[in-house]
Unconditional design. Structure first.
Lengths: 379, 401
């Protein structure tokens, strides 16, 4: 295909593999779960999952059962854990497709063991329990069993495991990244929960707590498995350290093309509200990306755009479908590439730069991209 | 290492039977009422309805049909592929599109009778080179101050002459002149409108004649009657969201069309002092119930709204507690009753005190256009209104005639 798509996301799967390999070596021992929720943080869940597995990840993590079933439908047979369930979650389909389920409370466990596919007969003939990971809230206040619920949940889990309905393969929690001290407190609470579970006679194969940030910074949280999300995509979870500082390569390059060019005099207003005016005679380039594509409007007036080997700034308000770049005295042609972010090692702005310009984090920049992009994968 | 083989009979379609946990209800009657009201307001000028960006996140095809039923004469989309989607859905009304990349398929557009906005001579050349048997209607764009698309004052006479030559050669039909306002201030927009008329005069002096002139979008369509000309390109107002900082949609007699909601995924009781979400920005004041809502910034809920946003649950309003995460946020309901499966309204029409998309825009430091157009694809759209099939969003008139 010679035609360059107008709105293009290129995902470098070699970078994904490099990042999984690099982080796998760094944690040295524990299993790696590759987290591909939210369509692989906007990168495309299936290709990223396949690349991560090829690089040594042994598990996949997603938010909900629907996402897990999409991976299965694509032919992926690796273990998949899904942990964010609707009140009416489809545990029946999850069990059928061999999806492992994060269980946060007694109601979910009861709902699982009541599903029609997993009744006593199924267990008897298939000898196939539903595989679960018990989720513990150690402080984040989101999903997970709160301390007062541990005893009853663990008791029921032990009973259901003994009866052959379930296999408790994992126990896990999620850190708040508030501070190293708070995260260590969460680890201590997690260890208390694990000990209580073992006293009930349940011995999960996988204890997992750390995601990318803690996997890098707090070795004691790595336990049996680490869940790698943002780091796999080559982005840093830390404000003070870049991708390169961590030995990671950003996998996503986001670009469009220049669709119009004009020379304007000094003091020309640009885009809605004329919130930007040219300081001198300038070349303005119109780029076909806007907030409907997920380019944050808060990046107006200042976010970086790479054109022809140099990085310029967005001039004026980002609109629904387009933005303007002021190239000053430089020239540009209709059809030239305009890269919003990519790998800084290749000279492009970083997703972190867009995050800073839009008062948010790099996760949101890549995850909320819209539907109009063509996605291409480089292997 | 996986001991469990997937069963073929269970696929993603099985999950659709349950009530979707994240939903955008699109009120088609409200949308049609907005379009009708706008049409009456600007008559005798006509209405071109903008359904670009997937109808600002509402769903292009159903909204396009509804706009035409409500009296819009024509439709506007960003680019040729979107225009062709409208044609493929069976829509025969005029469809206007104006953002073209160098590889745009002008031949397909001409074959499909798409009206083309033209900003540069290379676009006229590409249309001629495509060699369609049908000469498309072209609308010449003049830049009156926005500095985006459109010919500059210096380039305008050349563009007009090239279009006249192409018209004479039979590769296009010169149909309209148009521009787009910057909404900077009434004075700035008046200057832009004057520039537009000057440009039309220049073209006329060169011998061009235009059947139609258009410059106003929602804001000028509502507040600048002299800019309505032959028709107004209404976008955001039709979706019930005000284009102004100093007036809400309801001040303008517009009703919000989209309601975003989700079902509580889980509830837990926690003691006082419990931190909530990343960074523990929120801590419970007393013993409290926390409800987990399965919507996050991956779904288009802006993370920047953390600390300001509120939602409605069981008729009561609650602030979002702690950081909005990728897939979820938490509300702290204190001692109020809440059950998994209860519906949380993120934004709606505001009639019961729940936030509107406009209020979400203020929570997130942006405009309502960005709030609705960024709602992601995990959110199921449901079309409601008299005669609508709730799953497909298509109008299916009953047999009660």
């Amino acid at each position: 295909m010679s035609v360059q798509p107008l709105r293009l996301v290129t995902v470098d799967l070699a970078a994904v593999r490099h990042n999984i390999y690099t982080l796998g070596r760094r944690v040295d021992g524990p299993h790696v779960m590759a987290v591909v929720k939210a369509n692989g943080y906007g990168h495309g869940a299936v290709p990223v999952a396949e690349a991560a597995l090829a690089a040594g990840a042994t598990y996949l993590g997603v938010a909900d059962v629907t996402e897990a079933l999409e991976l299965r439908a694509a032919g992926i047979t690796a273990p998949i854990l899904a942990w964010l369930h609707a009140a009416e979650a489809n545990f029946d389909a999850a069990y059928g497709a061999g999806i492992e389920l994060g269980i946060s409370n007694i109601e979910q466990l009861q709902s699982l063991t009541r599903t029609s596919a997993l009744n006593e007969m199924t267990v008897r003939y298939n000898d196939r329990p539903a595989v679960v990971h018990l989720k513990i809230d150690t402080g984040l206040g989101r999903n997970g069993a709160f301390e007062s619920e541990w005893d009853a949940l663990f008791e029921l889990a032990e009973q259901r495991e003994r009866e052959g309905f379930i296999k408790v393969r994992g126990v896990f929690s999620h850190l708040s990244n508030t501070s190293d001290e708070e995260d260590i407190n969460q680890l201590a609470r997690f260890n208390v929960a694990v000990e209580m579970l073992r006293e009930k006679g349940v011995y999960p194969e996988f204890r997992h707590l750390a995601s990318t940030a803690a996997a890098i910074r707090l070795p004691e949280t790595r336990l049996d498995m680490v869940r790698i999300g943002i780091g796999m995509y080559g982005l840093s979870p830390f404000f003070m350290e870049s991708s390169a500082d961590l030995g990671l390569r950003p996998a996503m390059t986001l670009e469009s093309r220049v669709i119009a060019v004009k020379r304007v005099p000094a003091d020309t207003g640009v885009s809605y509200g004329y919130s930007y005016r040219t300081q001198r005679a300038s070349t303005l380039a119109l780029v076909a990306l806007g907030y409907a594509d997920g380019i944050p409007r808060r990046g107006s007036n200042g976010a970086p755009v790479w054109i022809g080997g140099k990085t310029y700034q967005v001039a004026g308000r980002i609109a629904m479908d387009q933005l303007v770049v002021d190239l000053g005295p430089d020239s540009v042609e209709v059809g030239d590439r305009a890269v919003l972010f990519g790998d800084p090692a290749q000279g492009y702005p970083a997703a972190d730069d867009w995050a800073a310009a839009a008062d948010t984090i790099n996760y949101e920049i890549v995850t909320r991209l819209g539907e109009r992009f063509t996605r291409r994968y480089e292997s | 290492m996986n001991p469990i083989a997937p069963d073929a009979e269970f696929g993603p379609e099985r999950t659709r039977a349950a009530t979707p946990e994240r939903m955008a209800h699109i009120d088609m009657d409200m949308f049609k009422a907005n379009v009708s009201m706008l049409r009456e307001l600007v008559a005798p000028a006509g209405v071109m309805l903008a359904v670009k960006a997937n109808a600002y996140g509402h769903g292009m095809i159903p909204l396009a049909w509804a706009a035409l039923q409500a009296g819009a004469e024509s439709l506007a989309v960003l680019d040729i592929p979107a225009a062709l989607e409208l044609r493929a859905a069976g829509i025969t009304a005029p469809v206007f599109t104006w953002m073209h990349d160098p590889d745009a398929d002008f031949g397909a557009a001409a074959d499909a009778d798409i009206d083309l906005g033209i900003s540069a001579i290379w676009q006229l050349e590409a249309i001629a080179a495509a060699g369609s048997a049908t000469a498309p209607r072209v609308h010449l764009k003049i830049d009156t101050g926005l500095s985006r698309n459109g010919a500059t004052v210096e380039d305008w006479p050349f563009l007009v002459r090239a279009a006249m030559a192409a018209d004479a050669a039979g590769s296009v039909k010169l149909h309209a002149a148009w521009s787009h306002l910057a909404d900077a201030s009434p004075a700035d927009d008046a200057v832009a409108l004057a520039r537009f008329h000057e440009a039309v005069d220049v073209a006329t002096a060169l011998g061009a004649s235009f059947h139609k002139l258009h410059i106003a979008a929602s804001s000028a369509g509502l507040r600048m009657p002299e800019a309505r000309l032959d028709y107004v390109r209404f976008g955001i107002a039709a979706y019930g969201i005000s284009p102004f900082d100093d007036a809400t949609g309801s001040d303008l007699d517009l009703g919000p069309v989209m309601t975003l909601s989700a079902l509580v995924a889980s509830v837990k009781r926690v003691p006082a002092g419990q931190g909530v979400s990343y960074g523990y920005l929120h801590r419970t004041e007393g013993e409290s119930s926390l409800a987990l809502v399965p919507l996050g910034y991956a779904d288009g809920i802006p993370r920047f709204a953390t600390g300001r946003a509120r939602v409605m649950l069981n008729g009561k309003q609650y602030p979002i507690a702690g950081r909005i995460a990728m897939d979820q946020f938490v509300i702290d309901v204190g001692d109020d009753p809440v059950e998994p499966g209860d519906r949380v309204i993120i934004f709606s029409q505001g009639w019961f005190g729940e936030p509107t998309a406009e209020e979400w825009a203020s929570f997130a430091g942006t405009i309502g256009d960005e709030i609705v157009s960024r709602i992601g694809q995990r959110v199921v759209r449901r079309y409601i209104g008299v005669g609508y099939d709730i799953d497909t969003g298509l109008f299916q008139p009953g047999d009660d005639s």
